[in-house]
Design a protein around this ligand. Structure first.
Ligand code: SAH
Ligand code: SF4
Ligand code: F3S
Length: 477
């Protein structure tokens, strides 16, 4: 779902004021003061109405800028990180240039996605030389590295010092590349100060504290699962729409895909926690929800409500029914479904539930049985075409979209023609076509990446062009 990262960078919505004491900091998005109102606070602090000249260094809370790459899951993770930082007293900046801390929330799905991040990190260099203040944790007592608990309760503050420090912007690599590279990231880019994997984002404030105190590079990776407290609604970038994570990780191990290695094994959140989160969002004015997971059809979890009804486990379609009942929620949809797990029960549930969006993203990857097998996708071309047909029949006005890949190792012209043919038969509403990229850890990496880049580009162009023409034809009526 790499193309779907359309939500605005979270930092865009935050104020940029300085010199605001902790008690004035917004605790949630809805608390955010309008810019001009906030300015007056700065006036009170700076102008010092009593006329006494303060001899203490001026302070302000450090600004963080989060730059997000990759899928919707990453977009949501950036909000979660922003929420944790805001709660701790950090503020969000509007650009990397004005920020004290820049966090890159990254994607490893293709080499190109990673190259882009390394290049963006390289650009940070230019900001460093213009800074001349020092970033510290407020309370001196907290310099005792052993008092971890106290450190995590502290509020970070910047001292505007009279001395000129050659301050360097603090750079964090978070998300899937952090898990992929771990300590290696410091060698790849000497500008990086902290590395935090996707399942470790709950430690982000502690990691920053530790870095600020020790000035030593920090790595937090390798957690198998997040604690429930990570999912917070302190910061939501959209006004009407929000993403809600229902499950994470993947056990499918498609042979080309790095996701199971960087996101970990599949696990589902409890239905109660998901429902509580959605209700909280609705209270904040959210009307539309997208339920997120690498493979939502595998969702299975417990619910206290179900136990009362003598049942233990809850399937994805059960969750959809419960979400449909939430008062105040107007509509919801979900990504991503796997063709080997999607079935007519899902399609019927989608058709029946009035609030459920008639939208299904069902990545096909290839139309060639030989390639599908090599990809370890667990279905055939025939199965996919039948499934797509059933989905369209059962769900009126369905918007069916897909992901496709060209140039998988050993893909022949005939294999490609099979993909092209499948796309002609199914007539997707939209298709995201990717050129195969060899990824570390994966099984396909052991196969020679033998389709020439020029050939990959041409096949990519042909499929995208077909999709464009189809779109034009459908729009004409
Ligand atoms: N389960 C998720 C997959 C996320 S990856 C989902 O289905 O949405 C999103 C897409 O990236 C995949 O569907 C696939 O088309 C593409 N992709 C994954 N690994 C790739 C690779 N090594 N090279 C090129 N494209 C890849
Ligand atoms: Fe990757 Fe396949 Fe899992 Fe999707 S289903 S995340 S493509 S391994
Ligand atoms: Fe998403 Fe990219 Fe990670 S697609 S799960 S951000 S590797």
């Amino acid at each position: 779902m790499s193309k779907v990262n359309s939500r605005k960078d979270p930092s865009g919505r935050m104020d940029t004021d300085e010199d605001v004491s902790a008690k004035h900091l917004p605790q949630s998005v809805s608390d955010l003061p309008v810019k001009s109102g906030h300015r007056s606070l700065r006036g009170q602090v700076d102008e010092n109405p009593c006329g006494i000249v303060l001899n203490a260094p001026r302070t302000r809370h450090p600004k963080v800028f989060i730059k997000t790459f990759g899928c919707q899951m990453n977009a949501r993770d950036s909000e979660l990180v922003a929420g944790m930082l805001i709660k701790k007293g950090y503020r969000l900046g509007e650009s990397a240039e004005e920020a004290d801390i820049v966090l890159f929330n990254t994607c490893s799905v293709r080499q190109k996605a990673e190259d882009k991040v390394w290049s963006e990190i390289g650009k940070i260099k230019t900001y460093c030389q213009f800074q001349n203040y020092k970033l510290q944790i407020t309370n001196d007592k907290l310099k005792d590295k052993n008092k971890k608990q106290k450190i995590s309760n502290s509020s970070p503050v910047i001292y505007h010092s009279n001395q000129t420090h050659n301050k360097k912007t603090i750079v964090g690599l978070i998300g899937c590349m952090a898990e992929n590279y771990q300590k290696e990231a410091f060698k790849k880019s000497p500008l990086i100060d902290i590395v935090v994997g996707p399942n470790n984002i709950g430690s982000i404030t502690n990691v920053l504290d530790d870095f600020l105190i020790t000035r030593k590079r920090q790595v937090a990776v390798g957690r198998k699962q997040r604690r429930e407290g990570v999912y917070n609604t302190e910061f939501i970038s959209g006004k009407n729409h929000a993403n809600v994570i229902i499950m994470e990780g993947c056990n499918n191990f498609c042979s080309y895909c790095i996701v199971p290695y960087v996101r970990g094994r599949e696990r589902s959140r409890s239905a109660d926690a998901i429902i509580e989160e959605i209700k909280g969002l609705v209270q904040k004015g959210i009307k539309e929800i997208t339920l997120l997971g690498q493979n939502v059809n595998s969702y299975t979890a417990h619910s206290s409500g179900l136990r009362a009804h003598g049942r233990n486990k809850l399937a994805f379609t059960d969750l959809l029914k419960i979400v449909n009942e939430i008062e105040g929620l107007e509509s919801f949809d979900f990504v991503t479904s796997h063709p080997k797990d999607a079935n007519t029960k899902l399609f019927k549930t989608m058709a029946e539930l009035p609030k459920c969006g008639k939208f299904l993203h069902l990545p096909v990857q290839s139309g060639s049985d030989r390639i599908l097998k090599l990809m370890n996708r667990g279905y055939t071309r025939k199965h996919y075409i039948k499934l797509a047909k059933q989905a369209k029949e059962i769900i009126p006005k369905l918007r069916l979209t897909t992901d496709g890949m060209v140039g998988f190792p050993s893909e022949t012209e005939k294999d490609f023609e099979d993909t092209f043919d499948l796309m002609k038969q199914v007539e997707f509403s939209a298709a995201y076509i990717f050129k195969y990229s060899s990824r570390p850890h994966t099984k396909a990496m052991q196969m020679p990446d033998d389709v020439l880049l020029e050939v990959k580009k041409e096949r990519n162009r042909v499929l995208l062009n077909f999709q464009k023409q189809l779109h034009k034809r459908k729009n004409r009526g």
